[in-house]
Design a protein around this ligand. Structure first.
Ligand code: FMN
Length: 240
């Protein structure tokens, strides 16, 4: 540790603490530069093991397109579902973010409220993670960051995914909603005439980013014009 740019001989001779594999992303030099500066927009992103890994990926991609600094943490089952559902490697998804941290690293930079952010999005958010947040269980970096967002009165957006919902799920979500958390299940809109699954996903993700005051070009906003007859065109229709 240095103060005022000087290092004593005793400090210089101190052996370096061994780095555990858990710390490797945290100590990425990319993360170092975030500790002292606060850009216009900085968002923490959690990806958990609910189905819909593509929502977390598009959150990272849309935030990146908007020039937002992103700090991502992916749970074990989030990683498994990314690979199962999208065929992408979890490492490629982590690379979409400005910095990435292992879920077990409770000492990572975003685990402290002193690291200022504009909020957190968890997409998709499993019922296990909802339950942990609602109970104040900071049992991994994702739930710890959610706890930090709550205690620091920052925006917390949960793209909760489960169906059907039991009373425990609903009670936990109600509890969080009453605390100011945005509960935003990834439910498709059809008024914007989506043509592809990407259209559906991008619109939902863009609407989640609306909650952070960000204006994603992926959102086809309601024009006020109610059509009388315009059947939905599916890819099968288009091929005809
Ligand atoms: C293919 C797959 C799909 C899943 N989908 C959901 C889901 O939609 N919602 C949910 O709450 N859990 C779902 N789960 C279960 C979670 O992965 C499991 O509860 C896990 O413990 C969540 O941990 P995490 O929140 O730390 O990622 C799914 C699991 C698998 C393997």
């Amino acid at each position: 540790m240095t103060t005022g740019g000087t290092t004593s001989a005793k400090q210089r001779s101190r052996p370096q603490a061994r780095q555990s594999p858990e710390r490797r992303w945290h100590n990425d030099p990319r993360a170092e530069r975030f500790s002292s500066e606060h850009p216009a927009r900085r968002v923490v992103v959690g990806i958990t093991g609910a189905t819909g890994a593509i929502f977390g990926i598009r959150v990272l991609e849309q935030l990146g397109d908007l020039g937002v600094e992103t700090h991502v943490c992916i749970s074990h089952w989030g990683e498994r579902n990314i690979e199962h559902e999208t065929g992408r490697r979890a490492s490629d998804v982590r690379a979409l973010a400005s910095a990435a941290y292992p879920a077990g690293d409770l000492a990572a930079i975003p685990s402290s409220g002193s690291f200022r952010t504009d909020g957190m999005v968890i997409a998709p958010c499993s019922m296990r993670t909802v339950a942990a947040i609602a109970s104040g269980l900071s049992d991994n970096l994702i739930t710890r960051c959610a706890d930090v967002a709550l205690k620091e009165s920052r925006k917390l957006i949960l793209m909760t995914r489960e169906t059907p919902l039991n009373e425990i799920h609903l009670t936990n979500m109600l509890k969080l909603a009453q605390m100011g958390v945005t509960i935003m299940p990834p439910v498709p809109a059809f008024y914007n005439h989506p043509q592809t699954i990407d259209d559906v996903v991008d619109h939902i993700v863009g609407r989640a980013l609306d909650q952070l005051g960000l204006d994603s070009p992926a959102v086809r906003r309601w024009s006020g014009e109610l059509l009388r007859h315009r059947p939905l065109q599916t890819p099968v229709d288009q091929a005809r």
